[in-house]
Ligand binder design. Structure first.
Ligand SMILES: [Mg+2]
Length: 336
């Protein structure tokens, strides 16, 4: 057995531990096809009249698949005090999050305080937009950064769409995300062309495993380049490679490891963008608390957390929910 992850409630007797499957309609198109339904599991731990919640939600293309995660959950001892680091990342995420939530609720403090002495009370976020009308609406609502998916259409179409969004939002940070859709030659050509719209960065121009290609691309890029899928695949090994590191705690394997990774990336001079992975309400709340812990008081970061429910932005910020632990985890927004 390799390195062990020690858990925050190791001195506590867990009275009940449960794994509950959840699913919710997503209706999303990705570079890998349609994702109609998002599925995962909640880990629920009970002790002294409190419940801690953790989310386990794998995603195709980001590490372990659904079947591998399900098999690992079946073998898991939910009351263990330590876990082997070689469990699938979403499993480590779920059990650590449930433990942190439980410990925070027992201590009567927000989960973010378990990670940092002075977490931010609100977190800056970008908004995902697909066209100029959506960009205009987001900016009118207070957004200062917009995320745009590219790479699914020919370069001419992306160029025209990003240009229209830039005209609609001349002062906004534009964050382009290719989700690994380009080969090396297309990526070089696309970056060169899209640079005229002055985006803040371009994310994952190449497939996740092409780190050599990414390093070469970055040496010649007129723009900052970000990694996301590669972070899910290689975790700490990408520190120092990218100008921007996108961190999804579900795929990094937990909130504490994500915070360490974020701080390591910052020490190397990278910008950090913390996001959820379209997880359930529980997972999204965890990413929000992580971003608050990373930013600390008055942190200037703009992360990628906006969405419905607890991550609905007010202007450019999402407020950290009131109450102990993750905050209100009901309604879950998904049916078992
Ligand atoms: Mg991305």
């Amino acid at each position: 057995m390799g390195k062990l992850l020690s858990l925050p409630t190791s001195n506590l007797r867990i009275e009940r531990a449960e794994v509950r499957p959840w699913s919710m309609p997503l209706g999303m198109r990705t570079a890998r096809g349609a994702v109609a339904v998002r599925r995962g599991w909640h880990i629920v731990l009970d002790a002294r009249g409190h419940q801690g919640w953790g989310d386990v939600a794998p995603w195709p293309g980001f590490g372990a698949d659904h079947a591998a995660v399900e098999a690992a959950l079946e073998r898991l001892d939910l009351r263990a005090e330590t876990l082997p680091f070689d469990l699938p990342a979403p499993v480590l995420h779920g059990i650590e999050q449930a433990q942190l939530d439980l410990a925070a609720r027992l201590a009567g403090m927000p989960l973010a305080r378990m990670l940092s002495a002075e977490p931010a009370r609100r977190v800056g976020t970008h908004r995902l937009v697909a066209d100029a009308a959506a960009a205009r609406a987001a900016v009118a609502d207070g957004a200062i950064a917009l995320k745009i998916k590219v790479g699914a259409e020919p370069l001419d179409a992306d160029d025209a769409r990003v240009g229209a969004i830039r005209a609609a939002a001349p002062a906004a940070d534009l964050r382009l995300d290719a989700n690994g859709a380009w080969d090396r030659a297309t990526a070089a050509r696309s970056i060169e062309r899209l640079a005229r719209h002055a985006p803040a960065w371009i994310e994952q121009p190449l497939p996740a495993d092409d780190l050599d290609g990414f390093a070469a691309l970055r040496r010649n890029s007129p723009l900052p380049l970000a990694l996301d899928e590669s972070v899910a695949l290689f975790a700490e090994a990408i520190v120092g490679l990218a100008a921007v590191v996108v961190i999804k705690p579900m795929f990094v394997g937990g909130l504490r490891r994500s915070l360490d990774l974020a701080r390591a990336a910052r020490r190397e001079g990278a910008r950090v963008c913390i996001t959820h992975a379209l997880d359930s309400r529980v997972g999204r709340l965890g990413a929000l608390h992580l971003a608050a812990a990373y930013e600390g008081v008055g942190g200037p970061g703009v992360h990628g957390l906006s969405g419905p429910g607890p991550c609905a932005p007010r202007g450019r910020f999402i407020p950290l929910p009131a109450g102990a632990g993750l905050g209100d985890v009901s309604p879950m927004g998904e049916a078992a």
